[in-house]
Design a binder for this molecule. Structure first.
Ligand SMILES: Nc1ncnc2c1ncn2[C@@H]1O[C@H](COP(=O)(O)OP(=O)(O)OP(=O)(O)O)[C@@H](O)[C@H]1O
Ligand SMILES: [Mg+2]
Length: 593
């Protein structure tokens, strides 16, 4: 039994408290199918979210089988299914893969057979069995709603909350979905609450809750609706509601509620006795309490049988799903390949200059001063030419890898934010989600950076000091990782994927001018900007890994001081840590709207 006692959800509007859900009280017994109806903006979604625990109630209390949810702990993620207005499936996956991932993320299965059995049962139940191999992006509106339901049903939730799962559907699909929800409420004592705009098929519900400006104007059987509002048909209920202030409706309902229920139950009992009406659930469950103990026993058995999957299992499910989505996304694959080919090629355009020989001071001392000056000028000219090409090539690699990093991560979380919120609500651990992103991105970072280093090295062998090439490669990996981590942080903190992309692109855009590789910045500016510019630290570290001769050449063209390799490594590591911490904060944060 679900019970709401004077539940309010209150926000501040112009400094004044404003109840979006206003002292809602109702009881919903087991195996009950309830519609939540009311004009647009009356608070249906808000009420559903309050029941789900997504909007913590500001006042009053919610009870589940005699348990106060705010004091004794919320429902377990598996106990509750919430089908939101938006789609929670990835278009690149098939129906079967979507339901499989949902099952693996929410329910611990002891064997593959058990997992398959559960998936097959849910697909059968929702009428999707014949569409199992169909990609999500070609499903019709009605099939998408069924998929949304299937992904919730995998954990056999005791309470199923549906937000507008029939809106925008043709009348036949709408009827089919309402029938499906009705059938789902007849299994295992499940409570199904369905928010709907439509006043069609009301007879299939056990009770109708009419909301008006966040207040309960009616909660009773469908056949009592027209009688209570004194209208000829249900279509006239909304116009009737508008004729009176919501507060009056609330008071009227509080006043008549008990008498009304009583009268209905007596009428129903008579009709049942006469054989003209089968006793509906609401009346039956309101009068019968002796089943309570059996109910609780069933509950206990259920909680024993359903266990949330562990961290490792969720991590691997998320990771394999991420790879599958990438491999199915032709646009992304082409973009990644194009970047992998074009970026290193761009760098090698400068290899000819960087490969040029540098003349040295000859050991044989020339007698003429003129010859010495000439030789010195020639050496300096070579150093300038090669030094600027070498410095530029290193900076170019660093900046392009930064760009790859931003491209890797800027949209990674922001573009699937609602799905993430939904999955967190369903029991996915934020840490498992973050770990799956880190593993996925780490592979991209390492492949991109190694490819860049080796490709460029083929055309321009890195003129290294001992072990310098390895150090250069590690700086390339570090700068890509730093930018990827920071952009992942941005992606998790921003509200939309567009905002995250824009901010990440700005961040990369500022790397080159603020790195000091092209122009030295005024020292008072440099002190503040440098710590944030990953490109400077990777460039500086790589330049320091050059052979002595090339290092001298680079030093002749730059005005910026170079930092020691250890410091560079340390600062880049800090960037990575800060980016990952920001990602963690953003992922853990509640961001439904
Ligand atoms: N977090 C919030 N802060 C401020 N206002 C909010 C918030 N959530 C909802 N509202 C407002 O509360 C009212 C009820 O919103 P809700 O989404 O619950 O309506 P609804 O009945 O579901 O409408 P619809 O049928 O159009 O989906 C709306 O006016 C909405 O703008
Ligand atoms: Mg709504």
């Amino acid at each position: 039994m679900l019970e709401l006692k004077d539940v309010c959800f209150t926000i501040k509007k112009d400094g004044e408290p404003h109840h979006l859900v206003d002292h809602a009280s109702l009881k919903v017994p087991r195996g009950h199918f309830m519609a939540i109806v009311g004009p647009s903006g009356c608070g249906k979604t808000t009420l559903l979210k309050t029941i789900a625990g997504l909007n913590p109630e500001s006042d009053g209390s919610l009870w589940w089988n005699g348990r106060n949810l705010s004091e004794e702990g919320d429902l377990e993620p598996w106990e509750i299914g919430y089908v939101p207005q938006f789609s929670i499936a990835y278009p690149q996956l098939t129906v079967d893969e979507s339901v499989e991932a949902a099952t693996k993320l929410r329910v611990k299965s002891s064997s593959t057979e058990e997992l398959d059995e559960r998936i097959d049962r849910v697909l059968e139940e929702t009428g999707l069995a014949t569409l199992a191999d169909r990609p999500v992006n070609v499903l019709s509106g009605g099939q998408m709603r069924r998929l949304g339901l299937a992904m919730e049903l995998v954990s056999d939730p005791r309470l199923l909350l549906c937000d507008e799962v029939t809106s925008g559907l043709d009348p036949r699909s709408e009827r089919d979905i309402v029938h499906l929800l009705h059938d789902l409420s007849r299994k295992e004592g499940r409570i199904v609450l369905s928010v709907t705009h439509s006043l069609a098929h009301l007879e299939l519900y056990d009770s109708i809750l009419v909301l008006h400006e966040g207040k309960v104007a009616y909660h009773g059987p469908p056949e009592g609706l027209t009688h209570y509002f004194s209208v000829d048909n249900t279509e006239l209920v909304y116009p009737r509601l508008a004729k009176q202030a919501s507060e009056k409706w609330r008071h009227a309902w509080l006043k008549h509620r008990d008498a009304y229920h009583q009268k209905l139950i007596i009428n129903r009992d008579r009709m049942v006795d006469e054989g003209s009406l089968e006793l509906p659930e609401l009346a039956r469950s309101q009068t019968v309490t002796e089943n309570q103990e059996t109910e609780e026993l069933v509950e206990e058995e259920m909680s024993d049988s359903i266990r949330a999957p562990g961290f490792v299992s969720q991590f691997f499910t998320l990771l394999s799903r991420r790879w599958r989505i990438l491999l199915r996304d032709r646009g992304q694959i082409i973009l990644q390949l194009a970047i992998l080919v074009c970026f290193p090629l761009l760098v090698t355009l400068f290899s000819e200059k960087a490969n040029a020989n540098m003349r040295k001071f000859s050991a044989a001392t020339s007698s003429s001063i003129e010859a010495k000056i000439e030789e010195s000028a020639a050496v300096r000219e070579d150093r300038l030419k090669v030094g600027s090409a070498v410095s530029g090539m290193i900076m170019f690699q660093v900046v392009l890898l930064s760009l790859m990093g931003s491209n890797n991560a800027a949209r990674e979380i922001a573009s699937e934010r609602l799905i993430l919120e939904k999955e967190k609500f369903g029991g996915v651990r934020p840490l498992a989600y973050l770990a799956s992103k880190i593993s996925f991105l780490a592979i991209l970072v390492v492949v991109q950076s190694l490819w860049m280093a080796w490709f460029v090295d083929f055309f321009w062998p890195f003129p290294e000091a001992a072990g310098g090439f390895t150090r250069h490669v590690s700086y390339l990996i570090m700068v890509n990782a730093a930018m990827t981590a920071v952009c992942l942080g941005i992606s998790s903190l921003m509200r939309t994927a567009e905002q995250a992309s824009l901010l990440s692109v700005y961040l990369v855009g500022f790397q080159l001018p603020l790195s000091g590789a092209v122009l030295a910045l005024p020292s008072h500016v440099e002190t503040f900007t440098r710590p944030f510019i990953s490109a400077y630290w990777a460039w500086s570290g790589s330049v320091k890994s050059l052979s002595g001769e090339h290092l001298t050449a680079v030093k002749t063209v730059i005005e910026t001081a170079l930092s020691t390799t250890n410091v560079c490594f340390f600062v880049l590591a800090i960037h990575i840590v800060v980016g990952l911490l920001a990602s963690w904060v953003g992922i853990s944060r509640h961001q439904w709207d």
